[in-house]
Design a protein around this ligand. Structure first.
Ligand SMILES: *[C@@H]1O[C@H](CO)[C@@H](O)[C@H](O)[C@H]1NC(C)=O
Ligand SMILES: *[C@@H]1O[C@H](CO)[C@@H](O)[C@H](O)[C@H]1NC(C)=O
Length: 587
C-alpha cells in the first residue's frame, strides 16, 4: 500500500483526477486506516484546490495533526495567508488537534506573510506552552516573523534568548531593525557580530555575509554615519565578500545619503558587476539629493541611451534632482515626457515632487493645477496640499493659502499647523467669526505631533536629541551653550523669527521656543566638545525638515565659530560654511 500513493499523486493534475483518487482511497479503506497516506493526499490536494482540500479535512471525523498541518501550510502559502490562522484556531478549539512544532512553524509563517504581529505573539505563547521553545528552527522562524511584521522588541527578545544563532538569524534581526527605523540598533548588532562593538561578543564562526552587510550599510545610510559605513565597506573588501550589484547599490546609497557624492560616483563607475536599472536610479537619486541636478539629468539621459527604460523610480529620482536644484523647466519637461508616453503612470510621489518644485519657484497656480489634474483613481493626500500651503506661505499668497488650508481641514488633517495657519489668516483679515469657527474645530480633533529629533556623532558615539530635550546628561551645559551661541550670533545680526502670521507655529513649538529645536541642541553639543578636530565639520542628522530659524542660526554659527556644519534633514543636505548654505536658501 505504502508504495502506491506517491506515483498516483504525481499523475493528478486536475481536480477530477483528485476526486477519482479520493474515491479509490476511500473504497480501499486507506483513507480511514492509513492516516499517514491520507495526510499526504490532503497535502498534495492543497496544491490543486485548496478549497477542496479544506472541505475534505472538515469531513474527517478525527483528523490527525498531519492533516491539519497540510491545510495550514496550504493556506499559509496562499494569497490569503490569514486564513491559515483561522484553520489553526479551528483545529485547536473545535477538532481537538494537538499541535506539533511544524504546526507552529506553518502558522508562524502565515503570520509573517499576513504581517500579523499580535497573532504571532499568541502562537509564540503556544510554542512555550507545548514545549517547543528549544527548537532552533522555530526560534529562527519566530525571529523572522517578528522582524518582518515589525515587532522589533519581541524580535530582539527572541534573539537574546536564542541558544544557537546562525548567520540567517543574525541577518533577520539586522535587516528587520534597519528597515524598521531602528538603524542605530541594527548597526550595534552588526558591530557585535564582527566583535567590534560593546557588550557581549559573538560566538566565533558567524561571519556577516553579503546580506548582513546590505542591512548594516542601509543602517549607516539612514544614520548618515559615513565612518561606520566605510568600516563596513572595508570589511566587505577585507573579507573578500562578493561585491555584487546589491552590495554596490547600497554602498552608493550610503555614500550618497552621507553627502559623499564623489565616493558614491566612484563606486558606481568602478562597478565590476553589471549595472542594473536600480544602480542607475540609486546614483541619480544620490546626485539629486546632493544638489547635483544637471549631472543627475545627464546620467538619466545616458541611462536611457544605454538601453535602460526609465521606470517610476528613475523618473522620481530625476524629478527630485530637478527639485533639489531648482531646475523648474527641466522638471516640467521630464514630467511631460513621463505622462506623454504613458508607459509609466505618475503616482502620488511624482505629483508631490512637481507640486513642490513649482511651488518653491513661485509658480503657484501651475502647482495648484497639477493637484487638480490628478486622476480620481489616485486620492490626493494631505501632503500635496501641505506642500502647496508651504509655498503659499513663502510667497505670501493668502488666497491660495486659504483654499489649501481649508481643504486640509476638510480632509480631516490631524496636524495643528493648518488650523493655526487658517486662523492666523482670518485673524490678519479681522474675520473673527471664521477665527472662532476654526478654533472650535481644532478642539475637536486630536492633534498629532511628530517629534523632531537629531543625531550627532561625537567621538564615535551617537547622541540623540529631541526638541526641548531634558534628558541628556549634560543638559545644563548644553542649554548654557545654546544661550552663548544665541548671544554671539546676535552680534552677527541674528534676529529671531517673530513673524507668526504666515507661519504655522504650532503648540509644540511655542512651548519649546525656537532655540530648543533638536538640531540647535546637537550643534551646541558638537561645539562643546572642543577636543574634536575643529577642521572637521560638525555633522547632524535631523528627522524633519530644518526650520527657517534653525537654518539662519546654522549659517551664522558657521561664521561666528568658523566651523563647517553639515545638517542632513528629512530630504537633503545643508552645508553651512562661512555664513552661507550650500542650498542657497532654496529648500
Ligand atoms: C514604482 O512602482 C512599483 C510597482 O507599481 C511600486 O511598488 C513602487 O512603490 C513604485 N515606486 C515609486 C518610487 O513610485
Ligand atoms: C524639493 O527640494 C527641496 C529643496 O531641496 C526639499 O526641501 C524638498 O523636500 C524637496 N521636495 C520633495 C518632494 O522632494
Amino acid at each position: 500500500m505504502a508504495i502506491i500513493i506517491q506515483p498516483l499523486l504525481q499523475k493528478c493534475t486536475t481536480l477530477s483526477h483528485i476526486q477519482q483518487l479520493q474515491a479509490h482511497l476511500i473504497t480501499t479503506g486507506i483513507f480511514h486506516f492509513h492516516p499517514l497516506h491520507r495526510s499526504k493526499f490532503i497535502d498534495f490536494c492543497t496544491t490543486i484546490s485548496l478549497p477542496y482540500a479544506t472541505q475534505i479535512f472538515l469531513t474527517i471525523s478525527s483528523p490527525v495533526t498531519n492533516d491539519w498541518n497540510a491545510i495550514i501550510r496550504g493556506n499559509a502559502q496562499s494569497l490569503q495567508p490569514a486564513k491559515a490562522l483561522s484553520v489553526y484556531r479551528q483545529g485547536l478549539r473545535k477538532l481537538a488537534c494537538k499541535p506539533d512544532a511544524l504546526t507552529c512553524s506553518f502558522t508562524l509563517k502565515a503570520c509573517s506573510r499576513a504581517l500579523a504581529c499580535n497573532e504571532a505573539v499568541q502562537i509564540h505563547s503556544h510554542v512555550v506552552k507545548y514545549g517547543f521553545v528549544a527548537d532552533v528552527l522555530l526560534q529562527t522562524t519566530l525571529l523572522d516573523v517578528y522582524a518582518k511584521s515589525g515587532c522589533l522588541d519581541s524580535a530582539c527578545k527572541v534573539f537574546d534568548e536564542m541558544s544557537v544563532r546562525d548567520v540567517t538569524c543574525w541577518n533577520a534581526i539586522i535587516i528587520g531593525l534597519a528597515h524598521g527605523n531602528r538603524p542605530d540598533e541594527a548597526l550595534e548588532l552588526f558591530k557585535r557580530m564582527t566583535g567590534d562593538g560593546q557588550g557581549e561578543g559573538v560566538g566565533v564562526g558567524f561571519k556577516p555575509n553579503e546580506i548582513t552587510v546590505v542591512g548594516a550599510l542601509s543602517a549607516c545610510a539612514q544614520l548618515g554615519m559615513v565612518q561606520e559605513g566605510e568600516k563596513v565597506y572595508e570589511y566587505v573588501r577585507r573579507e573578500k565578500l562578493d561585491v555584487n550589484e546589491q552590495v554596490c547599490n547600497v554602498v552608493i546609497d550610503m555614500f550618497g545619503k552621507c553627502g559623499h557624492v564623489a565616493k558614491a560616483y566612484q563606486v558606481f563607475n568602478d562597478m565590476r558587476c553589471r549595472k542594473s536599472l536600480v544602480s542607475f536610479n540609486t546614483m541619480i537619486m544620490c546626485l539629486g539629493i546632493n544638489g547635483e541636478g544637471s549631472e543627475a539629468i545627464r546620467l538619466f539621459n545616458e541611462m536611457s541611451k544605454e538601453g535602460f527604460r526609465p521606470d517610476n523610480v528613475s523618473y522620481l529620482s530625476a524629478l527630485c534632482a530637478c527639485n533639489h536644484s531648482g531646475m523648474v523647466d527641466e522638471g516640467v519637461k521630464l514630467f511631460e515626457a513621463m505622462t506623454k508616453d504613458g508607459l509609466v503612470a505618475p503616482n502620488i510621489k511624482h505629483y508631490g515632487t512637481m507640486v513642490d518644485l513649482l511651488g518653491r519657484s513661485g509658480r503657484l497656480n501651475e502647482a495648484y493645477n497639477i493637484i487638480n489634474s490628478i486622476p480620481v483613481t489616485i486620492t490626493p493626500d494631505v501632503v500635496l496640499w501641505q506642500t502647496l500651503l508651504g509655498a503659499c506661505k513663502t510667497y505670501g499668497n493668502i488666497e491660495l493659502a486659504e483654499k489649501a488650508s481649508r481643504k486640509l481641514v476638510e480632509m480631516g488633517s490631524n496636524s495643528d499647523g493648518e488650523f493655526v495657519l487658517l486662523s492666523n489668516i482670518y485673524a490678519a483679515q479681522r474675520r473673527w467669526k471664521d477665527v472662532g469657527e476654526v478654533r472650535k474645530n481644532m478642539k475637536y480633533k486630536q492633534v498629532k505631533k511628530v517629534p523632531g529629533f537629531s543625531y550627532i556623532d561625537v567621538k564615535g558615539a551617537i547622541h540623540k536629541f529631541v526638541n526641548g530635550d531634558r534628558w541628556h546628561t549634560h543638559m545644563e551645559e548644553i542649554y548654557n551653550k545654546v544661550e552663548e551661541i544665541m548671544c554671539r550670533i546676535m552680534e552677527h545680526g541674528y534676529v529671531p523669527e517673530t513673524d507668526y502670521v504666515l507661519h504655522d507655529i504650532g503648540v509644540e513649538e511655542k512651548e519649546n521656543a525656537l532655540s530648543y529645536h533638536s538640531e540647535k541642541l546637537a550643534v551646541a553639543f558638537g561645539l562643546m566638545n572642543e577636543e574634536e578636530d575643529i577642521s572637521s565639520p560638525i555633522r547632524v542628522n535631523k528627522n524633519l525638515r530644518i526650520c527657517g530659524d534653525c537654518h539662519e542660526v546654522m549659517k551664522l554659527v558657521s561664521k561666528a565659530y568658523e566651523r563647517e556644519i553639515i545638517v542632513r534633514d528629512r530630504t537633503r543636505f545643508h552645508r553651512f560654511k562661512n555664513g552661507l548654505c550650500s542650498c542657497k536658501d532654496f529648500w
